[in-house]
Design a protein around this ligand. Structure first.
Ligand SMILES: *Cc1c(COP(=O)(O)O)cnc(C)c1O
Length: 364
């Protein structure tokens, strides 16, 4: 019995191999390895796909976050609200710019940050909020946008798991000052290595990020800011341009697999994470909560089904962030989710038979 993996990048490659080979060969032949037409081509195509004026290709999703925060003027002395249920990078980037991450709880049903959980941890030093579209779900950007407007907060959307997701018909990433993406290989849009992007419709932020990613350079020998080497390389851009063309069809397939899971689990003790009204998620992972997770995962493993946990330790309980945890930190939903979430296989190349194997193995 072959294993049903969580994701299968080799199958994805097989489905687009000639296009990928031609794209990579083009960069190799040109020897334009940093910057150049593949980068600018990808940036303009990705901006269009995500409904923003500008996309800036960068080295990875974590650099994208810190560049977006820095370009939006966030730094020392500022508090930035992040969900406690997210990947560590969201809070790491806040620390990288010298600001302080403040953890907020998430909603139990959607596992997402909400306006209420943000409101609960606001202080007079709060300058920004990072809604994370976790699992490919979509935060309530109406309510969070309204709260941010009232309190003068900068919004940076962490869209690392949510390429092409929409809220009320509008693409995620178009609601804040900037949005950040990861193209880590396993993400819905994955490079052949590390890569990321910031999207924005603010020309000043776009300009600042272009400068900061490339050593603070304004012109060839003129450095007008202390920047970084946070550039995306051209081979990644060439690969991403090929994959971006397939992303809409891949996203449709993820949605149809998720719909089959939803239906199969409807009358069971497996409780899928729910999408908000108006949200069109993209199912980076298909997360459910179960009662006895260890037993569930064991049983799935015995039946050849891979599972994983996104994420088992909320950030306010991670040793790395202990300096930022507050004595009154209470994030019951994040803690409960950390103990009960489990992610099931979902990827565009998954066959209907594999989906059936998962639903049958999971059935109580
Ligand atoms: C993957 C991810 C990141 C970081 O992206 P890298 O490209 O790995 O640096 C940030 N936030 C979230 C929510 C992620 O899933």
């Amino acid at each position: 019995m072959t294993e049903v993996p969580l994701n299968d990048l080799r199958m994805q490659l097989a489905s687009i191999r000639p296009e990928i080979d031609a794209a990579v060969a083009g960069v190799v032949d040109s020897q334009q390895l940093i910057g150049g037409p593949e980068i600018s081509g990808f940036e303009s195509e990705f901006a269009t796909a995500t409904g923003s004026e500008f996309a800036i290709g960068v080295a990875n999703g974590t650099a994208a976050l810190s560049l977006a925060l820095e370009a939006a003027g966030i730094g020392s002395g500022d508090e930035v609200i992040v969900p406690s249920m997210t990947f560590a990078a969201t809070a790491e980037a806040v620390v990288h710019v010298g600001a302080e991450p403040v953890f907020a709880d998430v909603d139990r049903a959607s596992a997402l940050l909400t306006a209420d959980t943000v409101h609960a941890v606001l202080t007079d030093r709060t300058r920004a909020v990072i809604p994370v579209h976790l699992h490919g779900g979509v935060c309530d950007m109406d309510a969070i946008g309204q709260l941010a407007g009232t309190h003068g907060l900068v919004i940076v959307e962490d869209s690392a798991q949510a390429h092409l997701a929409t809220f009320e018909g509008r693409p995620v990433g178009s609601f804040g000052a900037a949005a950040t993406y990861s193209f880590y290989p396993g993400k819905n849009l994955g490079a052949f290595g590390d890569a990321g992007a910031v999207t924005t419709s603010d020309p000043g932020i776009a300009e600042q990020i272009r400068r900061l990613r490339n050593h603070g350079r304004s012109e060839k020998y003129l450095h007008t800011a202390i920047g970084y080497n946070h550039r995306m390389d051209a081979i990644q851009a060439a690969v991403l341009r090929v994959k971006l063309r397939h992303l809409p069809e891949w996203t449709t397939r993820r949605r149809s697999i998720a719909a089959r899971y939803d239906e199969a689990f409807d009358t069971t003790a497996i409780r899928p994470i729910v999408a908000l009204d108006g949200a069109e998620p993209v199912h980076y992972v298909y997360a459910v909560t179960v009662n006895d997770r260890d037993r569930f995962m064991d049983r799935m493993k015995q039946r050849g089904i891979s599972t994983a946990i996104h994420y088992p330790i909320p950030l306010h309980l991670q040793p790395a962030f202990s300096a930022f945890a507050r004595s009154d930190d209470s994030h019951p939903a994040s803690e409960e989710l950390a103990d009960s979430l489990v992610s099931l296989p979902i990827y565009p190349e998954m066959t209907d038979d594999q989906v059936t194997r998962v639903t049958e193995a999971a059935a109580y």
